[in-house]
Structures are given as structure tokens and as C-alpha cells.
Design a protein around this ligand. Sequence first.
Ligand code: NAD
Ligand code: GLY
Length: 348
Amino acid sequence: MKKFAVSTARPYDIIIGKNILEKAGAYINTCLPPCRLCIITDSTVNSIYAQVVMTSLMEHGYQTSKIVFPAGEHSKNLTTYSNILEAMADEGLTRSDAVVALGGGVVGDLAGFAAATYMRGIPYIQIPTTYMAAIDASVGGKTGINLLCGKNLAGAFWQPSMVFCDYHTFDSLPPAKLMDGIAEAVKCAAVSEESLLPHIRKKDYEYVIERCVSIKKSIVEADERDTGLRQILNFGHTVGHGIEKLSSFSVSHGQAVAKGLIVEARAAYRFGLAPVDIASPLQDILAEMGFDLSVDYSPEEIYQYALMDKKIMGDRITMVIPESLGKCRLHKISLSELQKFIRLGMKE
Ligand code: NAD
Ligand code: GLY
């Protein structure tokens, strides 16, 4: 078992281990006194893991309830969010109660946003059950939902009271969902630690989760509200979010990020902003791991979508520019340059 202490404005621990799910209650006891805990989860995770978590919580003095919504990115919307809030109110949850987000990044983002806004904010615990959520989504307090115009356009920064990760839960993940996490791990390696790549290839989950969490923890501690450094974690996401949305989410977040990494890395080099072309090595790694890196949309379609990117301030957007594999910097370009940037990244 590993523990990371995150020093954000509201500090919390990240616990990572194997086969620890049934001890959830004991760990949560260290940060929350007995209260009502509302488990928010999706239909798939509910059928596999909700009971063991609920039993553990009850054994440690918590009263529990559960809200379940249909699995998938399509649920990450205003309707599900509003249903969750109404259900929390129906149950009579108070400010001394808390939410448990049990599932992947969709559950974490939705349940976290509900916790952030219910009665102006109640505590929540993240229990990630996907590789994606373990290495990225559960850490750092970004919560939110998609709007019709785009991904994650409504949300809040709301740090959890604890992240409790049992990576044994990955054993039930379909291979495609594991791949999603691999894409985000490759992004982490590309922006911060090249030496992670062989571990990602070897599927050394324990090592990769611990390194990604440690890297993200340092970045979030330095820039909790995403006004600077934290934006490097968005490498590949300006294009990736566009692909995800344009496909009506038939291309998953991880698959879209993999494509976005290649387009943005290639664009940075061809635009003359990056001294090296890291698109080539990234393409080799991602292709070897089985990613389809083709993009079925035009640069114009992706550009139109990119105009909703949260890294736009006025008429400029901050892009992540590789300096080498494992090191990136931020650089602002104008929106008219962005059009050319995307076009260059997509040209064969
Ligand atoms: P997800 O939450 O939709 O989970 C993927 C699928 O796997 C779902 O169908 C789910 O039911 C199923 N599943 C989850 N755990 C399982 C398990 N252990 N066994 C079997 N099936 C399981 O998707 P995701 O890839 O975890 O997360 C993607 C989302 O996370 C996107 O919405 C993305 O925007 C968001 N995200 C947020 C942040 C952040 O910082 N807040 C960071 C990265 C990604
Ligand atoms: N997933 C990017 C971030 O948390 O900033």
C-alpha cells in the first residue's frame, strides 16, 4: 500500500493498493467521521463493486445509500447531474454527510460536481475503478459535466477528502477501457517523465499509477486552479476533446487523447515551436500498443470545436509544446494561428 499526501488548500491523502477495496470503510474512517455516505456509481460498476464497498462502509459505522446512472460518457450531462442532485436532496443528505464516487472518470467527474454544488459543497471520496481515473481523473479536484457545445464546459474545482484506489479492480476492465488509461499515461510520460514509457509498455500498473499520481500531485500543488503549469496536463486534449465530441463519444476519451497527442506534437514541430518531433516516437509507442491513430474529421471541424477550449483567453489559446520527450512548455498562439497549427498537425 502506498500513501501520497496532497498539499492543496484542502489537503487529502491518496491511498493506492491491491485488494484493498473491502477495507474502504477503515481508510475512509481516517478522514470522515461516521455520517451518511451516498455512493454514486454507474450501472456497470454498481453490479461488480458497490456491494463490497457498501458492506465495508456499514461495518465502520456509516449509513449508506446509492445513486446509480447508466454507464458511459453519454451520461455525463446536465440531466444526469440534475437527477443526482434531486436524489441527494430526496435522501435528505446534509452538509455533514458525504458522497463516494465509485467508478471511472465519468463517475468521478459527475459525482464530484454534484458534491461540489449540493448545498454549496459537501465532502466526497474518490474510489477510481479505471486505469484512467486512477492515474488522472480522481486526482486534483477537477469535476464537471459536458454541455451540448463541448466537453467539461460546466464544472468546479473541488478537492476530494480522500482518493482510495484498489488497482485490482482493473482485472474486470475490458481491454479497450484499459487502453484509455494507457493513452493518458503516455501523455504523462510525454509531458513529464520519458522513463515512464517502458513501464507503460510492460503494463506495470502499480509503478505507472504511483508515478503518474506523484507527478500530477506536484503539478496540482503548484497550480491547483489550472491557471498555468497544470495546463501541460492538457497535452493532446484540444484536438482530443474535439475528436471525442465530433464522434458523439463513439471514440472514447483515451482513444481521442492518443490521436490528439500525435496531431498536437506534429503541429508544434511543423509550426516551428518545438525543437524536436516527438510525434514520431509517440506514434511508434501508441501504434505498438494497438491504438488506431487515424483521424476521421477535417482540420476545420476540429478547429471549430477547439474554439470552445478552456485554455482560450481573449483571442489567444495556450498550447502545450514539447521541448523533448518528457518535457513540455506552454505557449500562447492566436486563434488564427490555431487553424494553421491544427492543419499542419493533420497533414500526412
Ligand atoms: P468511464 O468512467 O466511462 O469508464 C469506462 C467504462 O468502464 C464505463 O462503462 C464503466 O462502467 C466501466 N468500468 C469502470 N470501472 C470498471 C471496472 N473496474 N470493471 C469493469 N468495467 C468498469 O471512463 P474513464 O475512461 O474512466 O474516464 C473518462 C472520463 O474521465 C472522461 O469523461 C474524461 O473527460 C474524464 N477525465 C477527467 C479528468 C479530471 O481531471 N477530472 C482527467 C481525465 C479524464
Ligand atoms: N486532467 C487534467 C487536469 O486535471 O488538469
